[in-house]
Design a protein. Sequence first.
Length: 400
Amino acid sequence: MNRTLILLLALAPAGAAHAEDIVLTPIGEARLRYELVDQDGLSANADALTLRLRAGVEAKAGGWSALVESQGNLAIVDHYFDGLDGAATRPLVADPQNIALARAQIRYSQPAFAITAGRQRLGFDDERFVGGVGFRQNGQSFDAVRAEITPAKGVKADLAYVWSVRTIWGIDGGGARQQAVSGDNVFGNLSIETPVGKLATFAYLVDQDEAAVQAFRLSSQSYGVRLQGSPSLGTAKLAYQLSYARQSDWHRNPNDYSADYYLADVAADFGGPRLGVGYEVLGASDGTALTSFQTPLATGFKFQGWADKFLVTPPDGVRDLYASAGWGWKAVGPLKALTLQAIYHDFRSDRASRSYGDEIDLLASAKLGQVAASARYAHYRAKGFATNTDKLWLQLDWTL
C-alpha cells in the first residue's frame, strides 16, 4: 500500500490545480446473497447469508479524476467454511467477513491516452487471465499502474504493472490464502479492429512472490492471441471468440513446464431465443501438480461451471465442452432484461483420456428499477474427479 500512497500523493497536486471544476459523484452498492451448498463427503451443508456494502466518491476535474471506495462484507448467517476460520466440515463459501479499502486511485484521461495509478480493479478481455472476481463478495483488486494508449482509431495498447494483488480473502487472510500477494506482475494487451473482429495479442506475466502461496508454483508467463467478433446474420446477432495461448514457468517457479490454452466459442441471439456452444482447453504438461495451464488471477466463476471445481487446473489439465440455451425479454411488465438460461458442461482431462464429470447450470435474472435479482443453481456430477455438489444462489443487487 505504501507504493500506492506515494503514487497518489505524487499525482495529487496536478489534480488540485483544477479544484474549481471538481465534480463529485457518489458511489454506492449493496448485494444481499443467500448461498446453499450440498457436497458429498462433508457432514453438513453450507448455509450462508451475506451482505456486501460498497461506498465511496469520485472527484473529476478536466482530464483528472480521483476515486476512493470502501467495502465491507457481513455474514448474517455463517453456517459455512469461509476458507479461513472454522473446521472444514461444511463446504467452502469463499466470502469471509471483511472490511477494506477496495479502491484508491488517481486517473488522467485524454482521448488517446489514459493512466490510472493506485488500488484499482483490472479486467483484460473476458477476464480469463486477469479479472476482478466480481461474483465473490470481496472481489479482487490490484495495486497497480495501468496505461491505456489509443494511437489510432481501432488500435489500443493496454499495459499494467502490478506489485500487489488484493485477494478475495480479505483482511484476515493468511497462509495459502493471503490477504495480498506481492510480486512484479506485468500485463500487456495490444488490439486492432479488423473487418472480422477485434484481433489482440497478449502477454500476462504472473509473479506470485509469496512462499506460502503454493511455494511460488503459480508464477507463470502466458503469451497468446485472441479474435472476437459480433457479426449480424439476418435478424440474428452472432458473437464468437477464438483464443490460443502458451504458458510456461516464470520467475521463482521451481517447476519446469509448458502447457497450451485453446478456446472456441460461438453464440447466437435471435431476438429472444439464445443458443451457444464452446470448447475450452487448459492443457497439461507431464501430469505433475501445477504444471498444467493455471490462471490464478482470473475471474474463475465465469468459466468451467459455477460449481467451481476447476479454479485450480488439475495436473492432467481439463477440457470443457459446453452448450447453452436460453431466452431473453427486454421487458415483461415492470421487469427489465428478464433472462432464463441453461448451460451443460462435459469435463474431461487433457491427458490420460478420462472423464471428470458433467455439470448443469441454471439462471433466472431480471431488473426492477435499480435492483437486479437473480437465482442460480449448479449441479456437478462427479466421475473420478472431485465430489457430487449442488449449489443454489439467491441474490439481490442494488446500485446507486
